[in-house]
Design a protein around this ligand. Structure first.
Ligand code: GDP
Ligand code: MG
Length: 178
């Protein structure tokens, strides 16, 4: 392609979804600012951060949206939250089975409010909590395969795989759209 096309700006909207307290806000804090909050308060309403990433030597901006998992905040923001999203991180907590059991409901919501082609990664967060694990890696992988999702386990606490989780989604979007 031409030089003009190469300097084109890419801005991809990516949403974080999953139950309350699975670590969505801390994944974003770790990725965008390399910070972690041991006792973070629930996110109220919606916020987003724009993160520059380098994909194949090109500057890509990911606009990453984060919201509260609580029902009482969700209803009002749902449509605006998903509108225009091309990627999603669907997060559960490997130390709380309920958050994994709820993934199907989050997938339904995602598919109701956004394009079926939204690039989605299933993220098993809190991999540092080895002794408290309630969901095996194999179970996570199996669900992801059955639903056609990417899969990764992360820890916002010790940073493992956090950048990889976001990069997997953004690289795939980039490959599809470019
Ligand atoms: P959100 O409601 O999904 O945004 O979850 P938060 O990011 O607010 O995190 C909820 C709680 O889990 C906070 O006390 C965090 O410190 C903690 N937390 C988040 N990520 C991790 C992680 O990877 N490992 C551990 N051990 N705790 C985490
Ligand atoms: Mg939050």
């Amino acid at each position: 392609c031409t030089e003009e096309e190469q300097s084109e700006d890419y801005l991809f909207k990516v949403v974080l979804i999953g139950d309350s307290a699975v670590g969505k806000s801390n994944l974003l804090a770790r990725f965008a600012r390399d910070e972690f909050y041991p006792n973070s308060k629930s996110t109220i309403g919606v916020e987003f951060q724009t993160q520059k990433m380098d994909i194949n030597g090109k500057e890509v901006k990911a606009q990453i949206w984060d919201t509260a998992g609580q029902e009482r905040f969700r209803r009002a923001v749902t449509s605006a939250y998903y509108r225009g999203a091309v990627g999603a991180l669907l997060v559960y907590d490997i130390s709380r089975r309920q958050t994994f059991d709820d993934i199907g409901r989050w997938l339904n919501e995602l598919h109701t409010h956004s394009d079926m082609n939204v690039v989605t990664i299933l993220v098993g967060n809190k991999s540092d909590l080895k002794d408290l694990r309630e969901v095996s890696t194999a179970e996570g992988k199996a669900l992801a395969e059955a639903q056609g999702l990417f899969f990764i386990e992360t820890s916002a606490l010790d940073s493992s795989n956090v950048a990889a989780a976001f990069q997997t989604v953004v690289i795939e979007i980039y490959n599809i759209l470019s």
